[in-house]
Design a protein around this ligand. Structure first.
Ligand code: ADP
Length: 268
């Protein structure tokens, strides 16, 4: 998966390639998110550290993309820019064909909170709340009724294999279980785009594989569009498309066939 010879600089990339696409099913079509010439430096003047040096990315509905690269290569930075959690030094992110830097406050909040589901390396759960309350939190923050939100949350916990632990306090759960709760929390609002930043980074190998497979399964069954940042090239190899951050730009690995059929070719 790491061979450089199979990589090419990405200007704009498209691929269906998702295992989500079953014959006869309706898949949201079109580009979900696009980044054009995204640059990010931290600090100023001679102390500036350039992290992203012109990233171009185009992700179509239904794709599962892995962004790889060693620690410090800018994976988190890129995901934060896509999620509008930080602003680029220059360049533009388009979501659903709209520039996110043109969003007004309410639209931006809606984008961050509802359009994007974010899974962090560390789950950031509220330890004293139950698993179900943690999953329901995005709905409760929107003033949804407590019982309906909790019902919805319990359904998602069933999906991630934690139904029996819905009423356990998050702090009592194992690392792998906590990450399942975090995934359910990210999905409860059925986001248009799931971003996961090293979601298996804190887990042992067995749990890492289980969590990755869970995300793959959810990606397919809910026909998600997903971008996963990981330095684990073995897990990344299971995605539809692998992009590698190197020297601040994205390099595309040769595409793989997906279980649903061959992926479409690159259109650089
Ligand atoms: P990765 O996710 O691939 O490990 P990051 O995006 O976290 O990489 O970091 C890329 C580089 O940017 C690192 O050198 C890191 O120290 C630097 N960096 C990240 N965030 C900040 C920040 N807020 N201020 C200064 N430097 C930062």
């Amino acid at each position: 998966m790491t061979q450089k010879s199979s990589m090419t600089q990405v200007s704009a990339t498209t691929a269906a390639g998702s295992g989500a696409a079953q014959a006869g099913e309706t898949l949201r079509s079109g580009v979900v998110i696009e980044a054009r010439d995204l640059r990010k430096s931290y600090g100023f003047a001679e102390k500036a550290v350039r992290v992203l040096a012109g990233v171009n990315l185009r992700v179509e509905a239904g794709e599962m993309i892995a962004v790889t690269g060693p620690s410090g290569s800018g994976k988190s930075t890129l995901l934060h820019l896509l999620a509008a959690l930080d602003t680029p030094t220059s360049g533009t992110v388009y979501f659903d064909s709209k520039r996110i830097d043109s969003f007004r406050d309410a639209e931006l909040a809606d984008y961050r909170n509802r359009s994007i589901g974010f899974v962090w390396q560390r789950h950031h759960l509220l330890a004293d709340f139950t698993a179900a309350e943690n999953v329901a939190m995005p709905l409760l923050m929107r003033s949804a009724g407590y019982e309906p939100a909790l019902r919805e949350a319990r359904g998602w916990l069933e999906e991630v294999g934690l139904g029996p632990k819905a009423e356990n306090r998050a702090g009592e759960l194992s690392g792998g279980e906590q990450q399942r709760v975090a995934i359910a929390r990210a999905l409860i609002q059925q986001p248009a785009l799931l971003l996961a930043d090293e979601p298996t980074g804190d887990l042992d190998e067995g749990n890492a594989i289980a969590i990755f497979e869970l995300m793959q399964r959810l990606h397919r069954s809910h026909r998600l569009t997903s971008i996963l940042a990981t330095h684990n090239t073995v897990l990344a190899g299971r995605a539809d498309r692998i992009l590698r951050l190197e020297h601040g730009v994205l390099l595309a690995e040769a595409e793989k066939s997906s279980p649903a059929g061959p992926a479409r070719g690159e259109t650089s």
